[in-house]
Design a protein around this ligand. Structure first.
Ligand code: PGA
Length: 256
């Protein structure tokens, strides 16, 4: 029996105003807003959290943020804390996305503080790991993923880990149209499951969803979602239009 409900999460990145985001979510709610056999999360920019949250009220679609600062409050100009996100009924948060790592210099240690802050505030991290093209070509994929995962999850307890979501996003596949082959993705997902087993025990690791991210589209989703350790998707480009996002949700329903 598969213990893991499939999860489709939309990472809107720096796209959509509060009004555009609410309009997109209204379409999602009308088509897939009552589904219970697959989990759906949308992650708009901070400024759209409130309007999007209102638009998905009464539906089963959940609200996620794309980042947070580890401190609860203080002199951190331009930052947003976990309690602030909770106040807007946010339940999930993307952490350690490769764009945060490469464009904004986030280290494993800093991401670890964010993961711990999210857990402490009952926000479920969608914790991202993945190798660059150069790292894959150098044969370092598993080593890179292991380092990111173990450093990012340091100090997370077994109990907290039950609420964790991991996303494997090969950097070379993000926004490029180059999707990992199902074998490439499944190999890393199984490896991650093994690492999670070592960290948190087998029963906990069997419950943690591991999403694939990187150019997931309606055309390639069914094959990816059919893999044993691929429990859903973290979707960038294809989450910005209702039609493609709904198709991905339907692919997850078919694969469950
Ligand atoms: P993509 O982005 O689907 O546009 O490749 C995925 C992500 O960065 O989370």
């Amino acid at each position: 029996m598969n213990l893991r409900k499939k999860l489709i999460a939309g990472n809107w990145k720096m796209n959509k105003t509060p009004a555009d985001g609410a309009a997109l979510v209204a379409e999602l709610v009308a088509t897939v807003g009552k589904l219970t056999d697959v989990d759906i999360v949308v992650c708009p920019p901070f400024v759209a959290l409130e309007s999007v949250g209102r638009a998905l009220e009464g539906s089963t679609v959940k609200l996620g943020a794309q980042n947070l600062h580890p401190e609860a409050s203080g002199a951190f100009t331009g930052e947003i804390s976990a309690p602030m996100l909770r106040a807007l009924f946010t339940t999930h948060v993307i952490l350690g996305h490769s764009e945060r790592r490469s464009l904004f210099g986030e280290t494993d240690a800093f991401i670890n503080l964010k993961v711990l802050a999210a857990m402490k505030n009952q926000l479920r991290p969608i914790f991202c790991v993945g190798e660059s093209l150069a790292e894959r070509e150098a044969g370092a994929t598993l080593k890179v993923v292991q380092t990111q995962l173990e450093a990012g999850l340091e100090g997370v307890s077994k109990e907290q880990a039950a609420g964790l979501i991991v996303a494997y996003e090969p950097v070379w596949a993000i926004g490029t149209g180059k999707v990992a082959t199902t074998d490439q993705a499944q190999e890393v997902h199984a490896f991650i499951r093994g690492l999670l087993t070592n960290l948190f025990t087998e029963p906990v690791a069997q419950r943690i969803r591991i999403l694939y991210g990187g150019s997931m589209k309606p055309a390639n989703a069914p094959e990816l979602l059919a893999q044993k350790d691929i429990d859903g998707g973290l979707i960038g480009g294809a989450s910005l239009e209702a039609r493609s996002f709904v198709e991905l949700v339907k692919a997850a329903v078919a694969a469950k």
